[in-house]
Design a protein around this ligand. Structure first.
Ligand SMILES: Nc1ncnc2c1ncn2[C@@H]1O[C@H](COP(=O)(O)OP(=O)(O)OP(=O)(O)O)[C@@H](O)[C@H]1O
Length: 323
């Protein structure tokens, strides 16, 4: 269990994490999602005492990380896979960690097997690929058989097989009742891996809900309509909370009402419709609409769908999704 209350981190004038409060519960995988620079790593570093909060508190299994007698057994963390730059072999690196933390030598062999590192276990870590480095980082995190796992972008640099392996591993660990907190900037990956998602943008929590809720609340809010009488239909539909965007004259994207209401309005005015489609958002869509205001640096190829750009005033606001 991880509990943050009003957690804040400022670097000079820059507020990296801005008064966030959240709970990461045991027995499930909680995804920590946000665009680059949102504050994920800083938050995770504060959880394990690597960064000192400017304000607020964070505890792991009921205590601040530093107050645990054997922290490695409480919390396993993968924070920067590239941090291990050593001439030692993976086996010796893990052995040294085990020795300094009172972990049995047999556990080293166990985590090497669990993470598929056997073929390279005797090789110098300095020469590892990013993927192998990630596996070693995860092996280190698992070494103390901790109740809580914190993994910062664990699938970075992994091939599809590696991504699948991480997904199965974290689901397995959560299934054993452990607390699993992992960050990513990829909603698609989180959708397949996490049970619960906390979304952070510009240092603030913008959503904290089960995966199904996040999609559910964002979906069904847009209806695609094609009609030769689009202009008349827009006049009839206009009202508070309704937003209409149009990429071509006969085609509309309408938010703030339902397909049923639009169909009835059209029928009573005898307007022909060529299409009436509720657009169910994918998780990626939900994420984009949640974070579109909180991306630090927009590029011109953000992958935003045109309707997101137009549907800015949609009724589903980030605040509306936050708990
Ligand atoms: N040591 C530091 N000094 C100054 N600013 C920092 C420092 N560490 C982080 N920041 C800033 O704080 C903000 C949050 O950074 P953080 O690394 O926590 O984000 P992130 O969500 O993990 O992003 P990424 O996925 O890019 O790592 C960013 O604007 C970053 O530039």
């Amino acid at each position: 269990m991880i509990e943050a209350i009003g957690l804040t981190k400022r670097y000079g004038a820059k507020t990296a994490v801005d008064g966030v409060s959240f709970t990461v519960a045991p027995g499930k995988v909680t995804g920590f999602l946000g665009p680059n620079g949102a504050g994920k790593s800083t938050t995770m570093r504060m959880v394990v005492g690597l960064d000192r909060p400017t304000g607020g508190t964070v505890t792991v299994n009921g205590r601040p990380y530093a107050q645990h007698r054997s922290p490695l057994r409480e919390v396993g963390a993968l924070l920067d896979a590239k941090a291990v730059h050593t001439g030692r072999s993976a086996y010796n690196h893990l052995l040294a960690m085990a020795a300094t933390h009172g972990v049995a030598t047999s556990r080293v062999t166990e985590v090497i097997e669990m993470t598929g590192l056997e073929p390279v276990a005797r090789k110098r870590v300095g020469g590892f690929s990013l993927g192998m480095g990630q596996r070693l980082g995860i092996a280190s995190a698992l070494l103390g058989d901790p109740r809580t796992l914190i993994l910062d972008e664990p699938v970075n640099g992994l091939d599809p097989e590696g991504v699948l392996w991480v997904r199965n591993l974290v689901r397995y660990l959560a299934g054993e009742g452990r607390t699993v907190f992992l960050s990513s900037h990829l909603m698609s990956e989180m959708a397949l891996t996490a049970d619960h998602i906390i979304v952070i943008g510009r240092g603030r929590i913008i959503a904290d809900a089960p995966v199904s809720d996040i999609v559910g609340r964002a979906s069904g809010t847009t209806v695609r309509v094609r009609s030769p009488h689009a202009t008349r239909l827009v006049e009839l539909l206009s009202g508070p909370g309704i937003t209409v965007t149009s990429s071509e004259p006969s085609s509309l994207e309408i938010t703030g009402t339902t397909a049923q209401a639009i169909g009835e309005t059209a029928a009573s005015a005898q307007l022909v419709l060529h299409e009436l489609t509720p657009v169910v958002s994918s998780l990626e869509d939900a994420y984009m609409s949640l974070t579109q205001d909180s991306v630090e640096y927009h590029s011109t190829t953000t992958g935003l769908h045109p309707h997101h750009l137009g549907a800015h005033a949609a009724t589903t606001t980030p605040e509306g999704l936050a708990r």
